[in-house]
Design a binder for this molecule. Structure first.
Ligand code: NDP
Length: 332
């Protein structure tokens, strides 16, 4: 039977304006870095996408290299999009990226015009789309002039293959320069995607201020530190967890489950319980309390994790005492 989305989907979700643009994003977005690859159960992928859309999640974040193997997440998404979401394309914000190694030879990595334009063409074919809503340069490339990488993003917008463009993993001063170059080209930078969570605080060292000054949105990735900031690892390593699956390629591994990190998660979990939240909800609420944050991109291996994440929107206010307590826990 054809998928019928929840008619009340826009009532439960909060939408936030992305910087000084006209675009609003859901406060919680779903990323497909993991769990949408070739070997992942397609029925579960379908249920997760439906669960998200039914709850008002309109933004799905992809990249050329998500899988495994690289490209597989875009193929999975393309298939399910065309089965279930084709009538709702205008209700969706779909992003992709290029910047990490994707194909052999000198044109499948970095920030050249050749790579960025070819890569988005490939992503569009995999997702069977005419355009993406947001296209990102996935990381800065020290060997390519920023004018060339940003020029490629501008060209893609002018070609109608992307509606907006963004930056990911750019440090503050490089981000500021790229934002200036894009503005001069007439294609303002919509958004920046940094790693940010209770455990990863670098964006507080200048990036968040640059984005606020420039009117650029901010959509942190891995806000749950890949599961470390959930109750998942409080009593060992469950078989169905990201750590147990030994995925490599930057995925959470056993080395990061240090006694100190697990002890922090234990104490944060107690605080979350006192606030009548799960630890995942506390971790997301803590990021979302900052008005400079447009949305958080969560990952999920199960539909319930998406529902849990959305519960964070019920309370993202923290008293000064709670914030002090959190900092004390994080200091260890
Ligand atoms: P998270 O920090 O949200 O981690 C997600 C993982 O945490 C899930 O897959 C699940 O792991 C676990 N989890 C989530 N919710 C719960 C819950 N309620 N209870 C218990 N465990 C839970 O984000 P990701 O690291 O997955 O990154 C999110 C997205 O960010 C990516 O999909 C991608 O779109 C983007 N990203 C961008 C990068 C960039 O360079 N721009 C880099 C990395 C990510 P489990 O499998 O163990 O159940």
């Amino acid at each position: 039977m054809a998928y019928q989305p929840n008619p009340a989907r826009y009532e439960a979700m909060e939408y936030r304006r992305c910087g000084r643009s006209g675009l609003q994003l859901p406060a919680v977005s779903l990323g497909l870095w993991q769990n949408f690859g070739e070997k992942d159960a397609q029925a579960n992928c379908r249920t997760m996408l439906r669960t998200a859309f039914d709850a008002g999640i309109t933004h799905f974040d992809l990249a050329n290299n998500y899988g495994p193997p690289p490209g597989a997440a875009e193929e999975t998404f393309g298939r399910l999009l065309h089965d279930d979401f084709r009538p709702y394309r205008d209700e969706l914000i779909i992003s992709s990226k290029a910047g990490y190694g994707m194909w052999p030879g000198p044109y499948g990595d970095g920030g050249s015009r050749k790579y960025l334009i070819s890569s988005l063409d490939q992503s569009l074919r995999r997702m069977k789309l005419d355009y993406v809503d947001i296209f990102y340069h996935h990381r800065p490339d020290p060997d390519t002039p920023v004018e060339e990488s940003m020029g490629a993003l501008d060209t893609l917008v002018r070609q109608g293959k992307a509606l907006y463009v963004g930056l990911s993993n750019y440090p503050p001063e490089q981000a500021r320069r790229a934002i200036e170059v894009l503005r001069a080209l007439g294609t303002p930078c919509l958004i920046h995607q940094p790693k940010y969570s209770l455990l990863v605080r670098e964006p507080e060292q200048g990036l968040l201020d640059v984005l606020a000054e420039e009117g650029v949105g901010c959509i942190p990735f891995s806000p749950l530190a890949q599961g470390l900031l959930t109750d998942k690892y409080l009593k060992g390593i469950p078989d169905d967890s990201r750590v147990a699956r030994n995925l490599g390629n930057g995925a959470l591994d056993e080395n990061q489950l240090t006694p100190a990190n697990v002890a922090k998660a234990q104490k944060l979990n107690e605080l979350a319980q006192a606030r009548q939240q799960t630890l995942a909800q506390l971790a997301l609420a803590w990021v979302l309390k900052d008005p400079r944050i447009t949305s958080v991109i969560i990952g999920a291996s199960k539909p319930q994790q998406i529902t849990d994440a959305i519960g964070s929107l019920k309370n993202y206010q923290f008293s000064p005492e709670e914030l002090t307590q959190i900092e004390a826990i994080l200091k260890g």
